[in-house]
Design a binder for this molecule. Structure first.
Ligand code: C2E
Ligand code: MG
Ligand code: MG
Length: 713
């Protein structure tokens, strides 16, 4: 079929650039005249000689305006207009119908079939031009408006938002399509305000009523959330804003509401809130939730004069399970422990009453915490703690293994053990540490003697008692070097304690406790035995052949026949006396000097070299050097540290060296950290040095390596 474009030499793209006016008229003269007028407006013309051709042209490209003759052979203008209006894109195109003069019936009919405007024939070109200009402008505005409305509609739909309006005087209610869709009543054009009210979940209706009242009384915009029930009983959460519009006299005219479906957002918020307060692994509360609950519980307890208790529950040796069976088994154990804990609470009658307020939380790692409002009876707590321990002690099945865990529990009760959140938690923790220190797998109630310093000592003391049998000690070795040759001439054995909770504990933190408790005697013997064992081992391997000196505490001289012990250990280990050295401090003579000196002499008689450690501190005086049977003086690091930087210390150190040499003693400087110190000490005749400059105390393996490197060059 031929279209009006068939004779057009321009490309489709070129054509598209200009606004198009479609002229449909069977009179060629009229088409030409109209065409010229249109072109004069800078518009493009497409002419069609009858309705059929016009519709085809419309199909090819939708014009910006259509000039349509009413009377044509074939399809009439009215039919064409009606047809165009029904076609896609045809509803908005301005259609101007050209009628005969004073043909009122045609004019009316034209409007009936959807014409935008009419012109009477014969067409006055000037009037046509003006009319066209106006039409196109109006049409552009209408298009923009329609687009805006469409976009707004889309945006509202995307935002899951809609609106309603209620005329206060007439009660007329209108509701947007978007809101209807949100309510599940799309397409219902007779939706009433009563129906709207019915959709609101019954308990929430008062919220809406309150809101409306508030809005009208105070003439302000109010916002609130309420739930609605969609058909099928699906509950959604709507967030609403209502405002009042006033008439010219300032009187309330209408209520306007915007509602947004925020169900998903609320759900996410709830989820975020849940995650923020719960432990992901076990589903129990986390520390934050616990503290919030405890805060409120303490508040209530204070007001009501009731007690409350806090139990901290720690799984013993959980790390071993994690290490040996893997993390996923560890996770399963934690989940299992969490559910057993909750069960225990439910099953304990004295506690069960307050269970709905009880909170169990995971503090992280293998520690749990329980809050029991209104429970303070030691008997009830005691049996609960037992029940928990028993429950967790029955085996968990993990990766074909049966694992049972011990539990240590610390208990603090409000108000006696703390009247605020922080103190209660701290004291429950102190009680837990105490339970652990007591060898784990037990529970302890807090008492004041568990204050921090005392507690730390207590913990170390009780742990220390088990350290020997648990094989938690290790001897480290710090080389001593000849200042003359730079070669390693011996090692000092220094004790290290590796505790599973405390990590590596340094002697400064436990030697004095070991001394006070007498534990230093067996520990000292272990050190000596270890040194002998190591030196024998090295000698046999042919790698190291130097003595290892160990530190003896004055307590060993008081409570032990040290010389006899040394003899026994040497014999048992098959070590020679020359492989062992002993370091003492002047403290040995503070109690029973005679006895100490006798023992030292016995040691020397065995062939063991004795060094006087930490010389220069305490009571140090040169007279000790004369009275004590020693071979070596170790100048304390507090002097060495200041060598070269303080004249006083330098002078003192130099004179100690000089005098010790005069007495026929060898001199070791300990704590040498830089070359300046080393060089000065060497220049003063000091024999040996020990310090970080060469090496800190290191493990046996590393010490052997140091030796090999030092002797190989
Ligand atoms: P000590 O016998 O005077 O040991 C020297 C201490 O100084 C060691 O501390 C050592 O690590 C540290 N040290 C070594 N070189 C340097 C240095 O260049 N700079 C500094 N700042 N420090 C250095 P550690 O191992 O902590 O031992 C501390 C003390 O504990 C020892 O002092 C000793 O009195 C005592 N001790 C260590 N092991 C035993 C033991 O088996 N039995 C007894 N009774 N006491 C021990
Ligand atoms: Mg020492
Ligand atoms: Mg020392």
């Amino acid at each position: 079929m031929a279209t009006a474009y068939d004779n057009d030499p321009r490309t489709a793209v070129e054509r598209l650039k200009q606004p198009l006016v479609l002229v449909i008229d069977d009179d060629p003269g009229a088409r030409r005249a109209i065409g010229r007028a249109v072109e004069r407006e800078g518009l493009e013309v497409c002419s069609a000689e009858d309705g059929e051709a016009g519709l085809s042209a419309f199909n090819v490209r939708i014009p910006q305006a259509i000039l349509l003759d009413v009377q044509m052979p074939g399809l009439s203008g009215f039919q064409v207009c009606e047809e165009i209006r029904s076609r896609p894109g045809g509803a908005e195109v301005p259609i101007v119908m050209m009628t005969g003069h004073d043909d009122e019936a045609s004019i009316r009919r034209a409007y009936d079939v959807g014409a935008t405007d009419f012109l009477t024939k014969p067409i006055q070109p000037l009037i046509l031009q003006h009319r066209l200009r106006y039409l196109l402008r109006a049409s552009a505005t209408m298009t923009a408006l329609a687009r805006g409305e469409r976009q707004l509609g889309n945006a509202l739909e995307l935002a899951r938002m809609g609106s309603w309006q209620l005329d206060i005087a007439t009660g007329a209610f209108s509701i947007s399509q978007q809101l209807l869709a949100l309510l599940g009543h799309e397409g219902n054009n007779n939706f009433t305000v009563e129906q709207f009210g019915q959709l609101i979940v019954e308990e929430d209706r008062s919220i809406l009523h309150e809101g409306v009242r508030d809005c009208i009384t105070h003439r302000r915009t109010v916002g609130f959330d309420h739930r609605i029930l969609r058909p099928g009983g699906i509950e959604r959460v709507m967030q609403c804003q209502i405002r009042l519009t006033l008439d010219e006299d300032g009187e309330p005219e209408a209520l306007e509401g915007i509602a947004q479906d925020v169900t998903e957002r609320r759900r996410t918020e709830e989820q975020v809130q849940y995650l923020a307060l719960h432990d992901e692994l076990t589903g129990l509360g986390n520390r934050k939730l616990f503290e919030q609950r405890l805060f409120l519980a303490v508040h209530d307890a204070r007001r009501g004069g009731t007690p409350l208790s806090v139990l901290v529950v720690d799984l013993d040796h959980f790390k071993r399970i994690n290490d040996n069976l893997g993390h996923s088994a560890g996770d399963r154990l934690l989940r299992g422990a969490a559910s057993r804990l909750t069960d225990c609470l439910r099953e304990t009658p004295t506690v069960g009453d307050s269970l709905e307020h009880a909170t169990t939380a995971r503090l992280g790692g293998d520690a749990f915490i329980i809050l029991l409002p209104e429970v303070g009876d030691p008997g009830a707590l005691d049996s609960l703690a037992r029940r928990i321990s028993e429950s967790l002690a029955s085996p968990f099945h993990l990766n074909d293994h049966e694992v049972s865990v011990g539990t240590s529990i610390g208990i603090a009760v409000f108000p006696g053990d703390g009247s605020d959140v922080e103190t209660l938690l701290r004291n429950a923790d102190a009680a837990l540490s105490h339970a652990k220190a007591e060898g784990r797998s037990n529970h302890q109630f807090y008492n004041e003697t568990m204050n921090s310093v005392g507690l730390a000592r207590l913990i170390i003391e009780s742990k220390l008692r088990r350290a020997l049998t648990n094989d938690e000690f290790e001897l480290y070795y710090q080389p001593k070097l000849s200042l003359e040759t730079g070669r390693i001439v011996g090692f000092e054995g220094l004790l290290r304690w590796f505790d599973s909770d405390l990590g590596m504990v340094m002697p400064a933190d436990f030697i004095s406790i070991a001394e006070e408790t007498g534990l230093i005697v067996p520990i000292g013997e272990w050190v000596m035995r270890e040194a002998c064992r190591q030196s024998t081992c090295w000698r046999r391997a042919g790698s190291v052949d130097v003595p290892i000196a160990v530190n003896f505490s004055p307590e060993q001289f008081r409570h032990d026949d040290i010389a006899a012990t040394v003899r026994r250990v040497l014999a048992e280990e098959g070590a020679s006396a020359s492989s062992l050295g002993v370091e003492i401090t002047e403290g040995v003579v503070l109690h029973d000097a005679e006895r100490a000196i006798r023992q030292l002499e016995e040691l020397r008689a065995l062939g063991i070299e004795i060094a006087l450690d930490d010389f220069g501190t305490g009571y140090s005086s040169l007279s000790y050097l004369r009275t004590l049977p020693v071979d070596i003086v170790k100048i304390d690091q507090s002097f060495v540290r200041e060598v070269g930087s303080r004249d006083h210390s330098s002078a003192l150190t130099a004179s100690i060296i000089q005098m010790a040499k005069a007495l026929g003693l060898r001199v070791i400087a300990e704590g040498v950290e830089d070359t300046a110190q080393r060089d000065l000490l060497a220049s003063w005749g000091c024999d040996q040095m020990q310090g970080y400059l060469f090496s800190p105390p290191v493990s046996a393996e590393a010490a052997e390596q140091l030796w090999q490197e030092n002797t190989s060059d």
